[in-house]
Design a protein around this ligand. Structure first.
Ligand code: ADP
Ligand code: MG
Length: 203
């Protein structure tokens, strides 16, 4: 079972992974966006990690709710409200349970991803973070490691796609041939989830 400590570990590992990969995320965003994705998420997840350390919430749902609020309030770009919504909605689905199973998390994360799709109006194949998150949610029913692998493949599979949402869509066909920054950071988030569960290397 996954307790509040597990969820705090997940977000701390995400903050570390985003920190480590910030330059790469910004480089990807400089190709098809405005070169701020790495710094946006670095600032956001550092604030999340600090808030969780200062006042560690007692339940998984409260950890995710706090993290989502911090992302929304600290990240200026499109990705802040989207990731914030993902975590808040997932946390809301988990309610006030002290521990949840992987299957319950998979269902809750599925609802979180639906909320992201509603907020951003994007769907699978639009070259966004959803292209990593949707396959990850599907695979999370099987295992954490498979979810991480599915998110990673989903991110890589955005390379040949043309962006239909967000800033990258302004480029039209010129967005083809580049990996989507948000799908790449989503793979870091799910990679950190697997790492928190002790499955797969920390990224
Ligand atoms: P901004 O585009 O405002 O500079 P970021 O650079 O932080 O914000 O984030 C860009 C990423 O956000 C994109 O690579 C994409 O994955 C994701 N994104 C942008 N718009 C949407 C949307 N409508 N739905 C889902 N994801 C989106
Ligand atoms: Mg950007």
């Amino acid at each position: 079972m996954l307790d509040a400590e597990f969820f705090r570990r997940w977000l701390a590992l995400t903050a570390a992974a985003v920190d480590r990969e910030a330059a790469r995320l910004t480089e990807l965003d400089s190709a098809i966006g405005d070169a701020d994705h790495g710094s946006n998420l670095q600032r956001g997840f550092a604030a999340v990690a600090a808030a969780l350390e200062k006042e560690p919430p007692a339940t998984p749902g409260a950890v995710l709710a706090l993290a989502g609020r911090r992302l929304i309030s600290t990240v200026g770009g499109a990705s802040g409200p989207l990731y914030g919504t993902l975590l808040r909605r997932t946390g809301k689905e988990l309610g006030d349970r002290a521990e949840v199973s992987r299957e319950e998390l998979a269902a809750a994360l599925g609802a979180g991803v639906v909320a992201v799709a509603q907020l951003g109006g994007a769907q699978a194949g639009d070259k966004t973070m959803l292209d990593a998150l949707l396959p990850a949610v599907d695979a999370l029913g099987a295992s954490f490691a498979e979810a991480a692998a599915a998110a990673e493949s989903g991110a890589v599979a955005t390379v040949p796609l043309q962006a239909r949402k967000g800033r990258a869509s302004y480029l039209g066909e010129r967005s083809i041939g580049h990996q989507d920054p948000g799908a790449t950071s989503a793979a870091l988030l799910i990679g950190a989830l697997a790492a928190a569960a002790g499955e797969g290397a920390a990224r």
